[in-house]
Design a protein. Structure first.
Length: 156
């Protein structure tokens, strides 16, 4: 395993659309392992392959010690709305509010090519949407907004 360099938002590469994974092999497993090590090192909640210089439809999340891998993900449904402060390992700017669905259902493959479906809500839904956006070259700074006062989360 290795810690990989994070592609900054100032580089045009981060805006490219990622390509589907076709081979569920040792090269993919090495990428995923490196992404986990990189995410742990940077203390983030999620990381997409494009952020480490690989244009593949792959992202990982690590929320409350729940580590998950998503290969060729597709958000198949969403409900509700929430406004949360987001940041990004590729963006040096401070956090910003983004409107996201409260609940999302995502269909994806694991590292071995097994299809799964996951429905999640709240912060996990935000992370999945955020990382999935990366696969299409979209950053949270493209979606930042000012939330209604009653929907702002409490500052800690």
């Amino acid at each position: 395993m290795a810690i990989r360099e994070i592609v900054p938002h100032s580089e045009s590469f981060i805006r490219k659309k990622s390509k589907p994974v076709k081979a569920f092999d040792e090269k993919l497993w090495e990428l995923l392992d490196d992404m986990h090590e990189t995410l742990d090192d940077r203390m983030g909640a999620g990381l997409s392959a494009v952020q480490v210089g690989v244009l593949k439809r792959v992202f990982i999340i690590d929320i409350n010690n729940m580590k998950m891998e998503f290969i060729n993900p597709e958000i198949i449904s969403s409900e509700g709305e929430q406004y949360k402060k987001e940041g990004c390992l590729s963006v040096a700017l401070p956090f910003g509010y983004v409107k996201r669905p409260f609940t999302v259902t995502v269909r994806a493959y694991d590292r071995f090519g097994n299809l799964f479906t996951l429905t999640c809500e709240d912060w996990t839904a935000v992370c999945i949407c955020h990382e999935n956006d990366h696969l299409d070259g979209v950053l949270y700074i493209d979606k930042m907004c000012v939330p209604p006062k009653d929907m702002m989360e409490d500052d800690e």
